[in-house]
Design a protein. Structure first.
Length: 158
């Protein structure tokens, strides 16, 4: 199939994967009673500062914008990683095993999501501990599985 179709299929699959990632994260919060992470909002604030994009003078408005932009950065990352998977699958014509592809895509999403926050000094994965790593890896592996499965389903239906 064409590269643009594979890119579109990847983006749609990435959106499906993002929904699964968010669902797993919210389920974890509900089961363990843990609070939502403030890292996405902090990242939105830090990125806006580095790009010299004002989010408003009033503290409440700025905070609300950060709360809106943080999750949008996550959605953009999820759709972008899915699109990248679509490009990868377009270039690699042979079948890739589901476990290998899902793990690779999940790890790619974890790196794409965490590397910028680490570079901004908002988090340090070396200090997360086992619980922190599990809270991060399990949703990202769910993302990888859902993204790869959705892409292959879309591709097979053409």
């Amino acid at each position: 199939m064409g590269i643009y179709r594979d890119m579109a299929a990847g983006a749609v699959a990435g959106a499906a994967g993002t929904t699964v990632l968010n669902t797993i994260g919210y389920l974890d919060m509900a089961v363990r009673g843990r609070p939502a992470s403030s890292l996405p909002e902090q990242a939105a604030g830090a990125v806006s500062e580095r790009l010299h994009i004002g989010l408003g003078e009033e503290e409440d408005a700025r905070s609300n914008r950060e709360q809106g932009l943080g999750p949008m950065l996550g959605i953009l990352t999820g759709v972008g990683v899915g699109l990248a998977y679509g490009l990868f699958r377009h270039a690699v014509r042979r079948r890739v095993s589901l476990p290998a592809a899902a793990t690779g895509v999940g790890v790619a999403a974890a790196v794409a999501g965490n590397a910028p926050m680490t570079a901004l000094g908002l988090t340090d994965p070396r200090e997360w501990g086992v619980g922190g790593w599990m809270s991060d890896l399990v949703p990202h592996l769910g993302y990888g599985l859902a993204t790869v499965a959705a892409f292959e389903l879309i591709r097979s239906r053409r």
